[in-house]
Design a protein around this ligand. Structure first.
Ligand code: COI
Length: 361
């Protein structure tokens, strides 16, 4: 891989961040970009001022949706350092999505180093509030100006940075979720386990129905039998039954979340009977009636840990934890954000320090 070229916007004014950051509204001054062609492979890696993209109207991604993305975060730590959470995992998952969509894979180590370099340059943008972080959005898309349906021969990868607060408008307050079976999000052997735009486009009509029902999101059912709960779309879902914690197994229709994987590990280490398995809606409804469902929460990079206070399904309403944040969700939130922000010792080696450095590969 060539050396990274720098054409950096050098800010003269200090970065001033609003108190309420919300999610995905603000962007740092610079991005990392590299291009791909079938002949050259990945080339021209650069850290450059953020600018609008110019595209030919025939650009393939605009027509056939060959685009994939990731989400991870950089944190300002308790002792004034900067770190990322499990960045390799995101680029490995990006490569898995790339394979499924006939897109080129990236060099994971190079991308992690490039990201560290970019985050170091933009470190003043890392917000310091309790739920705040610098969200990293790596994304790749096909750029051929060609209307035939085939994999693009050319691609661009961009690492975009956005200082963020809580993902949901509720903040850390518990969310209401609707289970609806009018639409499905993804199907096994389809694109469900990829992080690709189409899955999110497919989720919007269901999310609108959820909003009209006073809920924040939809909990999707499996697309084959409409029988098993799968994921929320912006987060994976966990159910604390009285004798176990369960999360839907990775069936091919579910995103293999990195916060999901970390949560499973932590719960096992805490001694919970943690299982990845099929969870039918019927089981959930029946066991709720018997008082055997203690708590439900979601996990995701953007959402972190999000307690669910109510699940609505047709004319039924399942209420959890007196509509308060669940105890397990709160404990997990503290543990995860504690590790991410360097308040709790990282006994797993999940964090990656961002320090002054220059890539010279
Ligand atoms: C994430 O948690 O990073 C996501 O991708 C969820 C959403 C913002 C698309």
């Amino acid at each position: 891989m060539e050396n990274i070229q720098y054409n950096v916007f050098e800010r003269t004014e200090p970065v001033v961040l609003p108190e309420q950051l919300g999610f995905g509204k603000y962007f740092t001054d610079n991005v990392f970009v590299m291009d791909y062609s079938a002949e050259k492979g990945w080339y021209n890696p650069r850290i450059t001022a953020l600018n609008s993209l110019q595209m030919h109207p025939a650009t393939s991604v605009l027509h056939y949706g060959q685009t994939i993305f990731e989400g991870l975060k950089a944190y300002y730590t308790a002792n004034g350092e900067f770190q990322l959470f499990r960045p390799e995992e995101n680029f490995i998952r990006l490569n898995n999505s790339a394979k499924r969509l006939c897109m080129p894979e990236v060099d994971v180590d190079f991308c992690v180093e490039a990201l560290k370099e970019l985050v170091w340059i933009e470190r003043d943008w890392i917000p310091r509030g309790e739920s705040d972080s610098l969200y990293v959005r790596p994304f790749m898309f096909g750029t051929d100006p060609f209307l035939g349906v085939k994999p693009s021969d050319t691609y661009t990868l961009i690492l975009l940075l956005s200082p963020v607060g809580a993902y949901y408008p509720e903040g850390f307050k518990p969310v209401k979720i609707l289970i609806q079976d009018e639409y499905v999000r993804t199907v096994r052997k389809g694109l469900g386990e990829c992080k690709t735009a189409g899955n999110y486009a497919a989720s919007m009509a269901g999310a609108e129905i959820a909003h009209k029902a006073g809920c924040t999101q939809t909990l999707w059912l499996d697309a084959v039998e409409l029988k098993y709960i799968e994921e929320v779309g912006t987060m994976n879902i966990f159910v604390q039954f009285k004798d176990e914690v369960a999360t839907p197994m990775l069936s091919g229709g579910i995103l293999p979340g990195i916060t999901r994987k970390s949560t499973i590990q932590i719960l096992k280490d805490w001694g919970f009977n943690m299982n990845e398995r099929l969870i039918s809606l019927e089981e959930l409804l029946n066991r709720y009636e018997k008082g055997e469902v203690l708590e439900i929460f979601g996990t995701g990079t953007a959402a972190i840990i999000s307690s669910v206070c109510e699940l609505k399904y047709k004319d039924r309403s399942l209420v959890f934890c007196n509509r308060e944040v669940g105890k397990l969700a709160e404990r997990l939130f503290k543990e995860l954000t504690g590790i991410q922000k360097g308040v709790i010792e990282d006994r797993y080696g999940w964090t990656a320090k961002v320090e002054a450095q220059t890539i010279t590969t």
